[in-house]
Design a protein around this ligand. Sequence first.
Ligand SMILES: [Zn+2]
Length: 349
Amino acid sequence: MTKDELEALAARIADLLSRQAWVPAPVRPEPPGPPTPGHLPAYAASAQQLSDIAPVIGRRTASGRHRPAYDAIVTAARAAAAGRGPSPLPGGREEATSAAASGRTVKIAISNRHIHIAQADFEKLFGAGKRPAPERPISQPGQFAALEKVKVVGPKGSIEGVRIVGPTRKATQVELSAADCRQIGLEAPVRHSGATAGSAGITLEGPQGSVTLPEGAIVAARHIHVGPPEAGRLGVTDGDRVSVVLGPMDRRVTLHDVLIRSGGSHATEMHLDTDEAHAFGVKTGDVAALAGRPSRFRARAPRGARPLLTERGVDGVAARGETLSEKAPYRLTPLARDRAKALGIWREE
Ligand SMILES: [Zn+2]
């Protein structure tokens, strides 16, 4: 490229840059609105005037739109302390919850009884070649409430009109509440979605036939779906267990060991079943607040899987005078393998 060409290129780039706003103009964030009497104000330091913070004697200060008068704050605090105002703790009234929980809140959605179905089972119920027909999308991406409903039958009764949720899955899973199970005489375990091994057997009846499943009926364990952008705000990762505060003041509860399910296919939302909703006095759209730090409890490796050996574990193996190789009854982390080689107990096989 010649010098002239370089200069022409530089001029072209400068011209392009000058035509568009290269750095967006700064915008000062504003608080949601004027303070509500009896409520503590939303934090709004960014919208304060310097004169609000350091008043200059003799100079009129700003009107204080974003800061209620000192006596209003005192009144709100006294009312809350005397039990007459909304609790400033998470789980108070909804408007108080969202302000008080430092942003670690999720919306609650109540799951009614429903069925995730395998294609083969669907065809037995609705006819060969049939697929679930979407009626409306539900909050989790890609899933839909299907038009089709079936009857679920247990030893002591049945429930009509149980909704199918599509698309089809590998295995059929029937999610009922504990009260539903009692009604039809079923003893279904509380399980997380997908963990249907050894769960209760159940019969489904559709217009074209019926299916009796040896297992697949569960009471869905409560859980929180977290989309990737929200995971940071909530301070959680997939597989964590958290404590969650929810419910109105006179029925407020803290739920422990609530599983976090996070990943690209999740929309942030806490799922409870209808029994829990009734017991805790919450409805879809209410807010729950995460409390404390998540515990990084992980499910144990499936039976038969080789346990994971870390560096420290390798030291223990060496101390017992044993050796390790690729065929050892352990899986080794890369660091553990290096440690085994450094200690001279690694056998190449
Ligand atoms: Zn869910």
